[in-house]
Design a binder for this molecule. Structure first.
Ligand SMILES: Nc1nc2c(c(=O)[nH]1)N[C@H]1C(S)=C(S)[C@@H](COP(=O)(O)OP(=O)(O)OC[C@H]3O[C@@H](n4cnc5c(=O)[nH]c(N)nc54)[C@H](O)[C@@H]3O)O[C@H]1N2
Ligand SMILES: Nc1nc2c(c(=O)[nH]1)N[C@H]1C(S)=C(S)[C@@H](COP(=O)(O)OP(=O)(O)OC[C@H]3O[C@@H](n4cnc5c(=O)[nH]c(N)nc54)[C@H](O)[C@@H]3O)O[C@H]1N2
Ligand code: SF4
Ligand SMILES: [Mo]
Length: 679
């Protein structure tokens, strides 16, 4: 296998491993065996040498003295963070002894893997780990924390994660950033929008918070949380009423446009304004701009779908480009996710066939607290990797209570002693992505990329692939697929007869070229993966699944009698909790604050800069208030997944609901209510 580890000095191609749509090409500068600088790869066709501040400062994270060097065993109380060093042999023996005993006494489903995309490498996030846990017969985890509600809604409408090629968006004349803070979370879409703007494009942002993206836009439209489906339906009402729809397109490429035309009569601008807080004249202005501008492009965000009605919201917005026939225009259409184009051979990569009991229970990762506290038969062991649930999972007081259970055997594999790792019985040190071979596929652009090892392993750290191989060996598993090399796994993953876009892309060519564009054809004309092969404005499948078949606005669930809707999203300098423990990034981000409308502040006797207690029936947080007009009355917004530290109660997920969204088992982080009081 290829590797750059043995070249002590030089500049090596690489890829950003973080859960970010941009998946930048990187150049890693190495001197005397150590990384000294990380820069963007100027030759990367989409990211073109630009990278964010987070990753420009990543070297400090790789060599942070706090990084875990060796396995450890807990000596203090759960959550306290006291550990002693042990050897890998001892760690693997303790884990497998415990698991063999559990399998014997309670069955393998008493063990639960808990992971997410802390490293987007497909082998790290859904490779050997899945094979191992399938072979073990452990409970299955439904990985729903990020985008599953929206993914489901998009699938009903468009057949899957399929949008336009972002490289084409420079041709758009109207760009709508809808529920996405792209300046922080998709910076290359902003760079493309700037190019489009130079060619005369107008940029709109629809959000509950006038953040950096709202400030970047030519027109910011503030909206009440969870009401976007109503706004989209109001736009459709006007598009039909004023004959701004493309009837030929509707007839040829959609199902149900006649039903939709009748259905949206009820969503008149006055009604929609009452729901969304968007003035009637702005609804007209928005609909007319959208109806009269071509190409128009909507970048649909993830924040939008972290609501009770998130699936239907995405499904509804995704219907809009069809009304004006945008899918046939270069640069027109939408992107929510493009993951469908780069779909790997999941069967070969994850080997679900190794799971003998086809009725194995499936646990929704958003319900971790409930699962640990209430499930019967109980979960007795939890293996956490590539995620930090004590901070990122909803209703974190419940999660922490579960993690603290004395009879729960917890293993955490991570680069750092995270908040979650403090609850572990055994902590295992993980390599950084620059120490591994892995395969990367963006969910925004159309490039497949490879990571070849650039540096030696830090301390005694091991990759996810290696850890599950060690566990498999000690468990006595003999299946050859548990011992395959990264190169073999990459080849199998890319060999997907169901996905012609990946044709001709293999390990060798990737190692030579670093990134390869998939063979993606425009979505239309063509057959979509919906039951009808067309865009489903009316969906029979939804009806069968118990949903309204037409796009519909459903209000948020009542979350108790608290005056404010609470929207705690990600921030600019962290990636979820990654970097929240690195000094440089924390100093750039300073501290979390709570944005509050001036009217609300007045009525609560709160002034800019005050410390406030934010609370509800689930928990509380202490934050500094920023008073202004960048949120509507009745809404409070904070950014960043900060952990609690002595003297700082910043854990926003202690306030968020663990209710499940309307579709896909999704999370509802932004549908909680809180009260706020001056301290
Ligand atoms: N810098 C940085 N980049 C990141 C991340 C990070 O933590 N930091 N996280 C990564 C991950 S895992 C993901 S999933 C993506 C997420 O990135 P985005 O897709 O941008 O999603 P969010 O930031 O969660 O929310 C986007 C916006 O939705 C707004 N919003 C919330 N509720 C509503 C609503 O009801 N209507 C409307 N119109 N807007 C609403 C929020 O105010 C926010 O500005 O970013 C990735 N990139
Ligand atoms: N309030 C609120 N909560 C949210 C969100 C929000 O917007 N608001 N966003 C949600 C979303 S969209 C997401 S995706 C989740 C994300 O939440 P997480 O998936 O927990 O993401 P991170 O916090 O970045 O944690 C990733 C962890 O993986 C570790 N890691 C990195 N590489 C490797 C590796 O190769 N191996 C191993 N074993 N570990 C590794 C990192 O050190 C880090 O501790 O958070 C969700 N939580
Ligand atoms: S986090 Fe996103 S923008 Fe930053 S380097 Fe990685 S892929 Fe690029
Ligand atoms: Mo996410």
């Amino acid at each position: 296998m290829y590797s750059f580890v043995h070249e002590p000095t030089g500049i090596f191609p690489s890829v950003c491993p973080l859960d970010c749509p941009d998946q930048c090409g990187l150049l890693v500068h190495k001197r005397n065996g150590k990384i000294v600088k990380i820069q963007g790869d100027p030759d990367h066709p989409v990211t073109k040498g630009n990278i964010c501040n987070k990753v420009r400062n990543m070297t400090e994270r790789i060599y942070d003295p706090k990084r875990l060097k060796y396995p450890m065993k807990r000596t203090g109380a759960k959550g306290e963070g006291k550990f002693v060093r042990i050897s890998w042999d001892e760690a693997i023996e303790i884990i497998t002894d415990k698991w063999k005993e559990l399998i014997e006494t309670e069955g393998p489903e008493s063990i639960l893997p808990y992971s997410f995309y802390g490293n987007m490498g497909r082998l790290s996030a859904e490779g050997m780990d899945r094979r191992f846990f399938h072979r073990l017969g452990a409970s299955l985890l439904d990985r729903t924390i990020c985008s599953s509600a929206g993914a489901e809604g998009l699938k009903y409408t468009m057949g899957g994660g399929f949008g336009i090629d972002p490289e084409d968006t420079v041709h758009a004349k109207l760009i709508i950033f809808w529920g996405i803070n792209a300046v922080s979370t998709n910076m290359h879409q902003i760079i493309l929008a700037q190019k489009a703007r130079k060619n005369g494009a107008k940029i709109i942002c629809i959000d509950v918070h006038k953040n950096q993206t709202g400030q970047f836009a030519d027109w910011f439209i503030p909206i009440l949380p969870g009401t976007d489906a109503a706004l989209a339906l109001g736009m459709m009402h006007i598009l039909f009423a004023e004959n701004m729809v493309d009837n030929d397109f509707l007839a040829k490429y959609t199902v149900g446009h006649e039903e939709l035309r009748e259905h949206v009569v009820q969503y008149d601008p006055v009604t929609v304004s009452g729901i969304t807080g968007v003035p009637v004249e702005d609804i007209y202005k928005l609909a007319r701009l959208y109806g009269q501008t071509t190409p128009s492009f909507i970048r649909i965000g993830n924040g939008l779908q972290h609501h009770d009605n998130g699936g239907m919201c995405i499904r509804t917005i995704a219907c809009l480009p069809a009304l004006t026939g945008q899918w046939l225009v270069k640069g027109g259409g939408a992107i929510k996710s493009n993951s469908g184009y780069l779909a790997l051979n999941k069967m070969s990569l994850q080997r679900p066939d190794l799971l003998q009991n086809k009725h194995t229970r499936v646990i929704n990762m958003n319900l971790l607290g409930q699962a640990l506290l209430e499930l019967d038969p109980p979960i007795k062991s939890l293996f956490v990797y590539g995620t930090n649930p004590a901070v990122v999972a909803p209703d974190s007081n419940k999660v922490r209570k579960g993690l603290a259970r004395e009879d729960l055997f917890v293993i955490v594999h991570d680069l750092f002693l995270t908040e979650t790792a403090k609850y572990a019985d055994i902590v295992l040190p993980a390599t950084s992505s620059f120490e591994n071979t892995d395969l990367y596929t963006s969910y925004w652009h159309h490039y497949v990329q490879i990571q070849l090892p650039v540096i030696e392993r830090y301390g005694e750290s091991k990759s996810n692939v290696e850890v599950f191989q060690l566990l498999a060996e000690k468990m006595g598993f003999e299946d050859p697929c548990l011992y395959e090399t990264e190169k073999e796994m990459i080849s199998q993953a890319l060999d997907n007869p169901n996905n012609p876009c990946l044709k001709g892309i293999d390990y060798e060519t990737l190692a030579e070229k670093q990134y390869i564009k998939a063979h993606v054809k425009p979505l239309l004309p063509g057959k979509l993966l919906t039951p009808s092969g067309k865009i489903e404005l009316y969906s029979k499948k939804m009806e069968q699944d118990g949903y309204p078949p037409l796009p519909t606005f459903t209000p948020l669930v009542n979350d108790g009698d608290f005056p404010f809707l609470f929207v705690p999203g990600p921030n600019h300098h962290f990636l979820n909790t990654t970097f929240s423990n690195n000094e440089k990034h924390v100093s750039l981000e300073k501290e979390p604050c709570l944005h509050m409308n001036i009217q609300d502040a007045l009525s609560k006797g709160i002034q800019d800069g005050d410390q406030v207690r934010v609370w509800n029936h689930r928990g509380e947080c202490i934050l500094k208030v920023s008073v202004g007009e960048n949120v509507l009355p009745g809404v409070v917004v904070t950014q960043g997944l900060w952990a609690d530290s002595p003297g700082a109660k910043h854990l926003v997920n202690s306030l968020t609901p663990d209710r499940i969204a309307d579709m896909g088992g999704g999370a509802t982080f932004f549908s909680g209510r809180v009260d706020v009081e001056k301290l």
